[in-house]
Design a protein around this ligand. Structure first.
Ligand code: FAD
Length: 542
C-alpha cells in the first residue's frame, strides 16, 4: 500500500479505499431486517443470502459489471456476404453476469416445476438477491426480469407453458443461437412498444394472421430489449383484436424465424443491455390466450417486471448510499472525517432514511406476491401497491443517486467510482414497464376496478387511507401524483413499523408524512441518536 501511495512528486493519502469485497447482505441492516420481517428469516436462508452477498460484492464481480458496460453489445445485422445475420455480440463479462444470475435462479426461482408460484418466501428471497445484483450490474437484469415474468403471461396457455417452463427453470445459461428445444436453458423477451405508441398499445399496427395452428406476424417493434432471447411475448392485431403471441427465434421446423434486427438503441445508460428496433417479416408465432385478450394476458407479466423495476431502483440507491457512507468514513476535510461533519451527517442520514422506506416497502410488497394466491387482501395489496412503489421509488432514485454522488465530491463524478453508471441507469426504471403518469393512472384503475372492495380494505389496513363508497369514482385524474406519492409513503411507513426499529419508523413518519419533505436531502431534522442509528444500519463501521 505504501509503495502504491508514494509518487515521485507527492504522497497519496486521505482517499477512501475501494468499496469492494464486501458482504452486500450482512452489511445492509435494513435489508436483513426487511427479509426477516417478511418471512425470509430462517438461519439457512440468511446464510445463503450472505454467501450470495459476499460473492456479488467481490472485486471480481464489480469488475465484471464495469467491463460489461464499457464494452456494449454490437449488432451484426448481416454477414460478410450480405446474408442476414440478425445477431448481437456481447462482451464475455455480460455472459458471465447472465450465467451467474441464472445459476442463482433469478430468472425463475419464484416458479415451481408446474409453472405455478413457488412456495413463500420465494419472492422475498429472490428480491433480496435481485436487489444485491442490481447494485453490481443492472443491464443484464433486463432479460432476467423479462424471463421470470413471462411465465405469468404464458400461464394463459397451459400446454405452451408446460413445454417452455422446464427450459426457463433450468439453471443453465445457454447463449448459443439454436432452437430453444436444443438448448440447456432459454431466456424470454417482450415486444409491445411501436413507433406510433408505447403506452397506448391499442395503437399497435403489427398484424397477426392465422396460419394453420399458428400465426404469421408482420410489422415492427420500436423497442425490443434483449433481442438475443430465445422467444418473445409480442402484441399484435389478430382478426379479433390485440392479442398476445409467443414468437420464437427459430420456427418449429428448425429454420430461423423472420425477425429483422434493424438497429440497437444508443442509450443514456443501461449500456450492457441491447435494446433493438425490430421488424417481423411473416414471423411464426403461437397465440397466448384468447384473441382480443392481449393486454389482459401481458399485464400478468408486466405486474412482475414493475415490481422488479422498484427493487432494482432501490438496489441502485443502496449502492450509491453505501459508496457515499464508505467514502465519508475515510475522507477528512477541515480536520474532521466527512462523516463527522454535522451537515454531511444530516445528508447521509436523510438518504439512509429514504432508502430504509424503499427497502421495507419492496420487501413487504414481495410478501404480498408470496401470499396473493391464498389471500385476497394480499392480492389486492400487490395490485394496488406495485404501481405506487414503482412510481415512487423509480422516480426517487435519480435525485437520490445524484446526492450520494456529490458526497464523494469530484471522485463521484468520475467513471471509476461507479456513481455515474448508477446515475445514468436510474431513469430507465421509471420510463419502461409503464412511465410515471401511467403508474398513477394504474393506481386509480386499481381503486376503481373489479376488486375495489378488497383494494379499499388493503388501502385502509396498510396505510390508514379510508375511502368511502363512491370516493374512488370521484378521484381527480389530473392530480393523482400527490395521492400515489402519499400512498407509497404511508405503505413504506407501515412496512417500516414491521421491520425497522421504532426510532427509524417514527423518524420516517415525522419527516415524510407529518411534515412535508423538501426535494433536497439533508433538510430533515433528525435526532442525533437516530442519525447515528441510521448510519450504522446503512453500513456498520469497522
Ligand atoms: C432502454 C429501453 C428499453 C426498452 N425495452 C423495451 C422492450 O423490451 N419491450 C417493449 O415493449 N418496450 C420497451 N421499451 C419501451 C418502453 O416500455 C416505452 O418507452 C414506455 O412504455 C413508454 O412508451 P412510449 O415511449 O411510447 O411513450 P408514450 O406512450 O408516448 O408516453 C410518453 C409520456 O406520456 C405519458 N403518458 C402516456 N399516457 C398518458 C396519459 N393517459 N396521461 C398522462 N400521461 C400519459 C407517459 O407516462 C410518458 O411520460 C424500452 C424503453 C427503453 C428506454
Amino acid at each position: 500500500m505504501a509503495a502504491r501511495s508514494r509518487f515521485d512528486t507527492h504522497e497519496v493519502f486521505n482517499q477512501s479505499p475501494p468499496y469492494e469485497n464486501v458482504d452486500l447482505f450482512a452489511s445492509d441492516g435494513p435489508l436483513v431486517e426487511a427479509v426477516k420481517a417478511n418471512g425470509g428469516g430462517g438461519a439457512g436462508l440468511m446464510a445463503a443470502l450472505s454467501a450470495f452477498g459476499r460473492h456479488w460484492g467481490s472485486a471480481a464481480m464489480i469488475a465484471l459489471g464495469r467491463e460489461a458496460n464499457e464494452n456494449p453489445p454490437l449488432l451484426h445485422a448481416f454477414d460478410a456476404k450480405g446474408f442476414r445475420s440478425d445477431s448481437v455480440a456481447f462482451h464475455p463479462a455480460y455472459h458471465r453476469l447472465m450465467g451467474e444470475s441464472i445459476a442463482a435462479g433469478l430468472q425463475a426461482s419464484t416458479w415451481s416445476e408446474s409453472g405455478r408460484h413457488a412456495a413463500a418466501p420465494s419472492e422475498v428471497l429472490r428480491a433480496a438477491r435481485f436487489y444485491m445484483t442490481a447494485q453490481i450490474e443492472t443491464g443484464h437484469l433486463c432479460p432476467i426480469t423479462m424471463t421470470r415474468a413471462a411465465l405469468a403471461a404464458l400461464a394463459a396457455d397451459p400446454a405452451l407453458l408446460a413445454k417452455i417452463a422446464p427450459k426457463v427453470l433450468s439453471r443453465s445459461y445457454d447463449p448459443t443461437l439454436r432452437p430453444w428445444w436444443q438448448k440447456s436453458g432459454m431466456t424470454l423477451g417482450m415486444g409491445m412498444t411501436e413507433k406510433q405508441g408505447g403506452t397506448d398499445v391499442r395503437a399497435n399496427t403489427t398484424s397477426a394472421t392465422p396460419n394453420g395452428e399458428a400465426y404469421s406476424v408482420v410489422g415492427h417493434k420500436w423497442f425490443m430489449s434483449a433481442p438475443m432471447s430465445d422467444a418473445f411475448l409480442v402484441l399484435a392485431q389478430a382478426p379479433d383484436g390485440l392479442t398476445c403471441f409467443l414468437l420464437p427465434r427459430f420456427r418449429p421446423d428448425g429454420s430461423v424465424n423472420a425477425l429483422r434486427l434493424q438497429r440497437l438503441k444508443d442509450k443514456l445508460g443501461n449500456r450492457s443491455n441491447a435494446s433493438s428496433e425490430v421488424e417481423f417479416a411473416d414471423a411464426f408465432a403461437w397465440r397466448v390466450g384468447a384473441e382480443g385478450a392481449g393486454i389482459r394476458t401481458i399485464l400478468e407479466m408486466v405486474q412482475l417486471t414493475r415490481l422488479d423495476c422498484a427493487v432494482a431502483s432501490a438496489g441502485l440507491m443502496r449502492m450509491a448510499l453505501a459508496q457515499a457512507v464508505h467514502h465519508c468514513r475515510h475522507r477528512s476535510a477541515f480536520g474532521k472525517r466527512l462523516i463527522d461533519q454535522p451537515m454531511m451527517r444530516a445528508v447521509l442520514a436523510d438518504l439512509a432514511l429514504e432508502l430504509e422506506g424503499a427497502v421495507a416497502l419492496v420487501m413487504r410488497l414481495c410478501r404480498a406476491f408470496d401470499r396473493a394466491a391464498d389471500d385476497a387482501r394480499e392480492a389486492a395489496y400487490a395490485r394496488l401497491v406495485t404501481p405506487a412503489a414503482k412510481y415512487w421509488i423509480c422516480k426517487t432514485a435519480p435525485a437520490f443517486i445524484y446526492e450520494a454522488m456529490e458526497c464523494l465530491g469530484g471522485n463521484g463524478y468520475v467513471e471509476e467510482s461507479m456513481l455515474p453508471r448508477l446515475y445514468r441507469e436510474a431513469p430507465v426504471n421509471a420510463i419502461w414497464e409503464g412511465s410515471g403518469n401511467v403508474m398513477c393512472l394504474d393506481v386509480l384503475r386499481a381503486l376503481k376496478g373489479e376488486a375495489e372492495a378488497d383494494v379499499a380494505a388493503a388501502l385502509s389496513h396498510e396505510t390508514g387511507i379510508a375511502l368511502a363508497d363512491g370516493d374512488a369514482a370521484g378521484l381527480d385524474e389530473a392530480h393523482p401524483r400527490s395521492l400515489v406519492g402519499k400512498l407509497a409513503l404511508m405503505a413504506s411507513a407501515r412496512a417500516l413499523k414491521a421491520s425497522a426499529p421504532v426510532a427509524v419508523a417514527d423518524a420516517f413518519v415525522r419527516t415524510r408524512l407529518t411534515q412535508s419533505h423538501a426535494t433536497l436531502y439533508g433538510t430533515a431534522t433528525l435526532d442525533p441518536s437516530v442519525t447515528q442509528l441510521l448510519l450504522q444500519r446503512a453500513l456498520p463501521e469497522g
